[in-house]
Design a protein around this ligand. Structure first.
Ligand code: NAD
Length: 335
């Protein structure tokens, strides 16, 4: 079986991670027909846009993409390609697992969280304007339809993966209308799963403290876009940092798999960055394609090499390069 997959290497550390991850995925013996599509800063000069239509067309045609990080200028400049891609393709669920790993120094060894982040609205809708020269307004958009859709995804995920509990995260005490609607919508969906999946809610600030102090109490979290982004990084930090945190953007017609981390420009081109997050994103892609054995092989190979500790990157306390780590994982996979 050969799969046609759109490969977006991205920029910064993206291209070297993409090379590492594709080497590992190919070691499974599964065939990949990589449709390489550049996006971001490089295509602005050449094509006048950071997200050319050909990128979206390729993902629509293949139904699946593997993506490295893409830089977003701060303050001014083009809007986030990452956010635009999720919106254009209606990749409404951003799913980010955070699981403790042997060999990775972290505060806890029993973290097993699934972050389910709404990916299409909230403050990320990018509806902003200046009100005169000295004030700016950003509009937070929350709809019942999108909130129910992400809630259904979270509960279905829980049922499919035998998870016990879903926690809705919000600030409905202050944003009574917008976050209030999110909470009410998730609660309505939760009622359909009563007796099968436990449901509770937490205010986002309390949630952050609880995650840092007692992460083992939590299971699947469902959040609006902005809180989901921030809490994902907390969850990544709990299990060893951004270098090991994978993610999936899931829609009805397409899915794009990418790490939680960004383009870490200061490490670009140095063969230093940890490719684990993109490799594990590739494993999530294999699972999505129904290639469960190959996904298990990639995940356990990465975990084994990390647990062994001799060929790991700087962020995990080692001195191996991106390529050397990936080669060690690929060798285990092909065994
Ligand atoms: P970042 O995730 O790129 O890096 C933060 C720090 O985390 C790095 O300095 C590094 O110390 C560490 N780190 C990240 N990835 C690592 C890896 N694979 N191996 C080892 N260490 C790693 O976050 P940032 O510096 O805030 O953002 C840089 C750029 O990336 C920005 O332009 C931002 O907009 C963009 N970004 C893109 C995405 C995406 O493409 N989905 C996500 C987040 C940020």
């Amino acid at each position: 079986m050969t799969y046609a997959v759109t490969l977006i290497p991205g920029d910064g550390i993206g291209p070297e991670l993409a090379q590492a991850a594709t080497n590992v995925l190919e070691a499974t013996g599964i065939g990949f027909d990589w449709d390489v599509q550049e996006a971001g800063e490089v295509t602005i000069e050449r094509e006048g846009t950071p997200l050319p239509d050909r990128v979206l067309d390729s993902i629509r045609a293949n139904g699946v993409g593997l993506k490295g990080p893409i830089t977003t200028p701060v303050g001014s400049g083009f809007r986030s390609v990452n956010v635009a891609l999720r919106k254009e393709l209606e990749l409404y669920a951003n799913v980010r697992p955070a699981r403790s790993m042997a060999g990775v120094e972290s505060r806890y060894d029993d973290v097993d969280l699934i972050i389910v982040r709404e990916n299409t609205e909230d403050l990320y809708a990018g509806v902003e304007h200046m009100v005169g020269p000295d004030a700016a307004e950003s509009i937070k958009i929350i709809t019942r339809a999108a909130s129910q859709r992400i809630a259904h995804y979270a509960f279905e995920y829980a049922v499919r993966n035998r998870r016990r509990k879903v926690t809705a995260v919000h600030k409905a005490n202050i944003m009574k209308l917008s976050d209030g609607l999110f909470l009410e919508s998730v609660g309505q969906v939760a009622a359909e799963y009563a007796g099968r999946v436990e449901f509770e809610d937490r205010i986002v600030d309390n949630m952050c403290m609880q995650l840092v102090q007692k992460p083992a109490l939590y299971d699947v979290l469902v959040l609006p876009n902005l809180y989901g982004d921030i809490v994902s990084d907390i969850a990544a930090g709990l299990v060893g940092g951004l270098g090991v945190a994978p993610g999936a953007n899931i829609g009805e017609k397409a899915a794009v798999f990418e790490p939680v981390h960004g383009s870490a420009p200061k490490y670009a081109g140095q063969n230093r960055a940890n490719p684990t997050a993109l490799i594990l994103s590739g494993a999530l892609m294999l699972r999505h394609l129904g290639e469960t054995d190959a996904a298990d092989a990639v995940e356990s190979a990465a975990r084994d090499v990390i647990a062994e500790g001799t060929t790991v990157t700087y962020d995990l306390g080692g001195s191996a390069g991106t390529r050397e780590f990936a080669a060690a994982v690929a060798t285990r996979v092909s065994r």
